[in-house]
Design a protein around this ligand. Structure first.
Ligand code: B12
Length: 340
């Protein structure tokens, strides 16, 4: 690697090594930055994190297959493990347990955060992907950490955040939540029962240090989801089947869809319902807006006109209304924004 290149500038080379299957070269590139005294947090965020986001964008744009994403993620994982082995962490002060919300398989972002926490002198127990709350609870009871850090990458797993937070609170452990799905402010995290929200080691590091000095008092009264939003989530597939039937009757041109397009439409309908329920769980319409923007882009990049999405949301609104009136209203407003 040329001398002086920053972590961000090294992303294209790292990605071409990773996608070319040259895992050792990718790992070496990350370790070289560390040798040049680039802080490990910077290597993690500006090299590995940025490379992963770029892979996600390419996958989204159909410029990279799922297989290539897995290949690149595997190299980023190896590089992260190598960095973790090379980081000289200060003596451990306290313990932080890091876990993904149940259902969420994005373990790598959680591990990136975990390694940064470790490099800042905390002991870390990293539980990996999708952690069931009851299993986490017995570990928390046994290890009595200073904090539980919950990572959530996709809003579909908000209930997993909530149940982990409730489990931690039953054991008197304070909770910080972060990750891509936790948004740009504390609202989502707090609505799910977390005591704090963070984006990275800057803000989260301060919270964890403060808690180590002076643990916050936590209430064991559980945060409960709105039953209507929970029911909506449970019935997403059934609602999607009904909406799909209505759409095929109203739009005979759907008869020209191939099997893949039909399956995708059914899947999208269920996802719209699930993301509406997710928005309800955190009382934040932007969860649904962001998802619909994502879906519009997804469909456009695959040659499906946005009109199809408008029809999909329109068909779902009356089916959601009897189960969760607030959700159906949220979808109406999101639809207005989408077409407006
Ligand atoms: C790799 C990957 C996967 C891998 C994960 C493997 C692994 N070991 O992690 C696999 C293949 C499992 C996967 C599956 C899916 N994925 Co995925 N995935 C990704 C990808 C490409 C990279 C993830 C990553 O490593 N990010 C890198 C880090 C840097 O991201 P980060 O979240 O910002 O994390 C940082 C901070 O947030 C912070 N942080 C993290 N946790 C915490 C916690 C606390 C407390 C704090 C304070 C901070 C903090 O530290 C991190 C380092 O800076 C992303 C793209 C992306 N933009 O992230 C998509 C992405 C997240 N996936 C996506 C999707 C849709 C899915 C699937 C639903 C696809 C499908 N149809 O099956 C499934 C869901 C599976 C499940 N049940 O979880 C979408 C989500 C879109 C949306 N609307 O929400 C994304 C954004 C891709 C895209 N461009 O559309 N995925």
């Amino acid at each position: 690697m040329s001398p002086g290149r920053s972590a961000a500038e090294a992303v294209p080379t790292f990605l071409s090594e990773a996608l070319g299957g040259h895992a050792r070269d990718g790992v070496k590139l990350a370790l070289d930055l560390l040798d040049r005294s680039v802080p490990s947090d910077t290597v993690i965020v500006d090299l590995l994190g940025a490379a992963q986001r770029e892979v996600g964008e390419r996958w989204f744009r159909n410029q990279c297959t799922v297989a290539e994403e897995h290949l690149a993620t595997g190299v980023a994982q190896k590089a992260l493990d190598a960095l973790a082995d090379s980081i000289e962490a200060p003596p451990e002060r306290g313990l932080v347990v890091v876990a993904c919300a149940e259902g969420d398989w994005h373990a790598l972002p959680a591990q990136m955060f975990a390694e940064m926490v470790r490099s800042h002198g905390f002991g870390v127990a990293f539980l990996g992907a999708s952690t069931p709350a009851d299993q986490a609870e017995s570990l928390l009871q046994h290890r009595a950490p200073n904090a539980l850090a919950i990572s959530c990458s996709v809003p579909l797993f908000y209930n997993g955040v909530r149940s982990l937070a409730n489990a931690a609170h039953r054991q008197g452990v304070p909770v910080i939540a972060g990750g891509r799905a936790m948004g740009t402010g504390p609202q989502r995290a707090l609505r799910l029962g977390a005591d704090a929200w963070g984006t990275g080691m800057g803000d989260a590091g301060m919270t964890l240090s403060a808690w180590r000095e002076s643990p916050p008092s936590v209430s064991s009264t559980p945060y409960l989801a709105d039953p209507a939003a929970l029911e909506l989530e449970d019935r997403a597939d059934g609602i999607a089947v009904k909406a799909f039937k209505g759409l095929t009757e109203a739009f005979p041109e759907m008869g020209d869809y191939d099997a893949r397009q039909l399956a995708r439409t059914r899947q999208d309908l269920a996802l719209i319902v699930r993301f509406t329920a997710a928005a309800r769980h955190v009382d934040d319409p932007s969860v649904l807006d962001e998802f619909l923007e994502w879906l519009v882009r997804w469909l456009q990049l695959r040659g499906v006109p946005p009109l199809a999405l408008k029809e999909e949301v329109t068909s779902l609104i009356p089916l959601m209304a009897p189960i969760d009136a607030l959700a159906s209203r949220m979808a109406e407003v999101a639809l207005e924004r989408l077409v407006g």
